[in-house]
Design a protein around this ligand. Structure first.
Ligand code: ZN
Length: 287
């Protein structure tokens, strides 16, 4: 009896190791999530069984203006520089904005977001854990506040730190939110999934490669190293026809970082395999 259990455990362990090896070296060598590197089954399921086929390898840039009112004020110049570079390279930005921090945004930033090809999604009413709030009230209110400030309809949401739960999906749907821009559910780590997918009437976007926070703050990469990692990951996903999104929250005005950003944006603009898109437009494509 115990022999059989032992044999089964050994077989399962070897199979799992083979899957991990194949995933990390062949299927997706640029996986940003440690969890998915070790348990890639949900990713593989999305890859194999997604009935969404994208006509193009889409790329979207999501910029989070967040954490606190003070930070929003402090980063005013950095945000303006970033928009200018994106405009020069014709890259539309999906801005995720915390509604409570709206008063800290300068008129100049609001105008530049509104008059460009950029869009706004809700990053919540505040920057606290959405799952610990009255989710419907919080999402609805954030949407109303953002819509009163921007000349756009808000149909996207992202929870603080990407956290949400099944109740968030219900609240989002009731509030007229069509998609959640990456993150994870308690039982589903879809951060880097190749294709958007629909859960209970709400679209969930994965597509993430390593963020600037991961590369600059956690891995201490130089701007030059970061650019090369992004280029490799973006190019790899584009060739596979997968959706890719880069989450960016670095508003440094250092010449080195701005130059690196411009180099990356130029690379994206010139990459024939890629089509840049806002996340709301992407949802229209898959709907
Ligand atoms: Zn945030």
């Amino acid at each position: 009896m115990w022999n059989w259990i032992l044999i089964i455990i050994v077989i399962l362990t070897i199979s799992h190791l083979i899957v991990i090896f194949n995933f990390n070296f062949i299927i997706n060598p640029h996986e940003p999530s440690v969890f998915t590197k070790i348990f890639p089954y949900q990713f593989i399921y999305n890859l194999v069984f997604s009935n969404i086929k994208l006509n193009e390898a889409y790329f979207s840039l999501r910029v989070d203006i967040n954490t606190s009112k003070e930070n929003v004020k402090k980063h005013n110049q950095g945000v303006l520089e970033l928009i200018k570079i994106a405009n020069r390279c014709s890259i539309p930005i999906t801005f995720s904005i915390v509604a409570d921090f709206l008063p800290a945004l300068s008129d100049e930033v609001i105008e530049m977001i509104d008059k460009g090809d950029h869009e706004v999604i809700s990053h919540g009413l505040n920057h606290d854990d959405i799952t610990e709030q009255d989710q419907l009230t919080s999402i609805k209110k954030s949407k109303e506040l953002l819509e009163s400030k921007f000349d756009q309809k808000i149909v996207g949401f992202i929870g603080s730190r990407g956290k949400h739960d099944p109740s968030t999906l219900k609240a989002a749907k009731k509030s007229g939110i069509k998609f959640i821009s990456s993150g994870y559910l308690p039982h589903l780590r879809y951060w880097s999934f190749p294709y958007p997918f629909n859960k209970k009437g709400v679209w969930l976007l994965g597509g993430s490669i390593k963020s600037d926070y991961q590369l600059y703050e956690e891995e201490n990469k130089t701007p030059e190293e970061a650019i090369n990692i992004w280029k490799d990951a973006i190019d790899y996903r584009a060739k596979k026809g997968w959706y890719t999104q880069l989450e960016y929250h670095n508003f440094s005005t250092s010449e080195e970082k701005l130059k690196a950003l411009e180099e990356l944006f130029e690379y994206i603009e010139e990459n024939e395999n890629l089509k840049t898109i806002t996340q709301t437009e992407l949802i229209k494509e898959v709907e």
